[in-house]
Design a protein around this ligand. Structure first.
Ligand code: GLN
Length: 615
């Protein structure tokens, strides 16, 4: 494609589908002009009814914005969920929960009715919100507004100010809210200084936000309290989940039942024209359009939420999951051993006990259902000695999942099964969670690389069944599989061409890209073959050849390091080629052996690919 082809230009200008969706909402619903701008707070009546902004924040911290998404307006009742969450964390759940109910009232937001215990029905209506502010005021006094403003700012990820004119306007006309305040005081829900509490409440309602802020604040609720843009844990997961609960049942006042039935996303509206919708584990939406319906909810905002929910099928109760997706491979060492090239005696032992090392590769979230499924799957086959769980594709662990993991590991310990974890980076969140839950257990080991884990388990099997792995043993050329079938005379001739070389542990013996001009027969110790990016291809012990690809290629295609002090018979390629010319029968033997070794490697490599595509 040429740099300026029309397709290339279109490519650079193309928009993500979600942004296109929001733009479509904007143009389609701009035509909607029903509803009325709130004017019971005189200053609010000045808002331009044409304003329309939408923003959507994802949990990886991306914020989509269309229309008037940066026009400031007052947060009003959308402050209520955040102040409730703040009260829960600041004063403790029991204090707050004993003062304010969590039942939907079915009343408009400014209803002056209390429940049968003379407490507010819930924190999403004015009475409950004023009670929340009252509780915070009781404990922090003059600092209450600053505490609230700071908390709202952390949810938004920027410093929020308030609109003095709207505050003053509501303060002058807010007698109904004052009446609610006094009612709460006579019922001992707030202690005293109703005027002080109301002053904070009016200010909190006058905090200025944009649709973008609201989207980020909503996304923070949807993300268990972690602001996805700043990464800050703003409030506790407990406070956030309880806040979403009351948003679900009461966030949209006397429209709440209908809202959750039809749209199915926890939400909160404000008379300033904002709607905030938080879909847990998915996204946060903020919209701004000042015309309100008879419930006090933004007409266009509701349309945007309806469209989002139905177009993408986001109703939170319309979900399914299949735990079986968590397992992407389940096999034993018979099907896919480690990359360690084993000697015949080790190979025999491992072949007889291949079912005793089981490997289960997992992906995605370790949830309750995923772990439950894995534990049943494990039990469906004979008891292994070792179970390796490879977690390098696991992205998260829920608390339920971690608890079940701990319980499953305990059960395995009782049955003398050793658990080996691979793919968990130490000090990562996953590691900490798993460690927290499995700290007591003695049967859990971990290796970062799956191959190292498999190799370790194989070694244990070899030891358990009477085998020995003697790295210090010295082997002769006659034991090399590559030289199998050569006569004693031929071997003696070849030996006369070899020099014995010694390598320190860690020494680099071969380097990728270097000319391939020497063959090596490992005499003692162990070496490993890796690609330059660190991927290990094989571990070789005494009696095996390396650098043998020199027979086929001129350049080294991998690095070789000594794993421990090692010695090797080294023969220059040109001498070896001369030897082959002089001994045509031996040469044919060697090339046939080479073909067999390569075929064996290919079979193992194919099995590894197969395992991932066939499970
Ligand atoms: N400040 C407004 C009031 O108390 C908030 C109401 C709302 O947004 N629904 O009347």
């Amino acid at each position: 494609m040429t740099p300026h082809s029309p397709l290339e230009t279109a490519w650079t200008r193309s928009k993500p589908p979600l942004l296109r969706f929001l733009n479509n909402c904007l143009s389609e619903f701009a035509a909607e002009t029903s509803g009325k701008v709130a004017d019971y707070i005189p200053e609010l009546g000045k808002a331009d009814p044409a304003y329309f902004g939408i923003s959507l924040a994802t949990l990886d911290g991306h914020v989509y914005e269309v229309g008037d998404s940066r026009v400031p307006f007052t947060i009003q009742s959308m402050s209520k969920p955040f102040v409730f969450a703040l009260a829960l964390d600041l004063l403790g759940a029991s204090r707050v929960e004993s003062a304010i109910g969590v039942e939907p009232s079915g009343d408009p937001f400014n209803s002056i009715r209390l429940n049968s215990e003379n407490h507010p029905f819930n924190p999403m209506v004015n009475a409950g919100a004023i009670a929340c502010t009252g509780l915070i005021y009781d404990s922090t006094g003059a600092d209450a507004f600053e505490q609230i403003r700071a908390a709202l700012s952390r949810f938004a990820g920027r410093d929020l100010a308030h609109d003095e004119a709207v505050y003053a306007s509501e303060s002058q006309t807010g007698d109904r809210n004052r009446a609610i305040g006094y009612l709460l005081k006579t019922n001992a829900v707030i202690s005293d200084n109703v005027a002080g509490v109301l002053d904070v409440y009016f200010r909190q309602c006058a905090v200025l936000v944009t649709a973008r802020d609201i989207a980020v604040m909503a996304a923070t609720l949807a993300n268990r309290g972690i602001n996805p843009v700043t990464g800050e844990q703003v409030l506790s997961a407990y406070a956030i989940s309880r806040t979403l609960s009351v948003m679900t049942s009461s966030g949209m006042y006397d429209y709440a039942g209908e809202w959750i039935y039809r749209i199915g996303i926890p939400a909160k509206s404000g008379v300033g024209g904002g709607i905030l919708a938080a879909l847990p584990a998915r996204l946060g939406l903020g919209s701004y359009s000042p015309r309100l319906d008879k419930h006090g909810n933004s007409v266009r905002g509701i349309k945007v939420c309806e469209a989002l929910s139905s177009h993408y099928d986001l109703h939170m109760l319309n979900r399914s999951d299949d735990a079986r997706n968590a397992v992407i491979a389940d096999y034993d060492i018979g099907k896919s051993p480690s990359r360690r090239v084993r000697r015949p005696q080790e190979r025999e032992i491992l072949a007889a006990h291949e079912q005793e090392v089981r490997i289960i590769e997992l992906v995605g979230t370790l949830s309750l259902s995923a772990v439950d499924y894995v534990s049943r799957r494990l039990a469906g086959r004979p008891r292994p000695q070792f179970v390796i769980f490879d977690l390098h594709r696991v992205t998260s662990t829920t608390r339920a999942g971690a608890r079940l993991v701990a319980e499953a590991f305990e059960e395995l310990a009782a049955l003398n099964v050793t658990v080996v974890l691979s793919g968990v980076r130490r000090a990562s969140k996953e590691w900490n969670t798993l460690r927290e839950w499995t700290a007591e257990l003695k049967n859990v080991r971990d290796f970062y690389l799956l191959d190292t884990a498999i190799e370790w388990a194989e070694d244990q099997i070899v030891y358990r069944y009477g085998g020995s792995i003697d790295f210090h043993e010295t082997t002769e050329l006659a034991e090399q599989p590559l030289l199998a079938g050569l006569s004693e005379e031929e071997l003696t001739d070849l030996a006369s061409l070899c020099a014995i070389r010694t390598y320190q542990s860690g020494a680099k013996i071969l380097t990728t890209g270097d000319p391939a001009d020497t063959l090596y027969f490992l005499r003692s110790g162990a070496v490993h073959v890796t690609l330059p990016d660190g991927i290990r291809l094989a571990t070789l012990t005494a009696g095996m050849a390396f650098g043998e690809m020199a027979l086929l290629e001129q350049i080294r295609s991998a690095d070789v390091f000594a794993d421990m002090a090692a010695t090797a018979f080294e023969v220059p390629l040109k001498d070896f080629e001369r030897f082959r010319k002089q001994h045509p029968r031996a040469s044919e033997c060697i090339m046939r052996n080479l073909a067999r070794l390569l075929a064996d490697r290919l079979i193992v490599a194919n099995a590894k690919v197969d395992i991932l595509t066939a499970t």
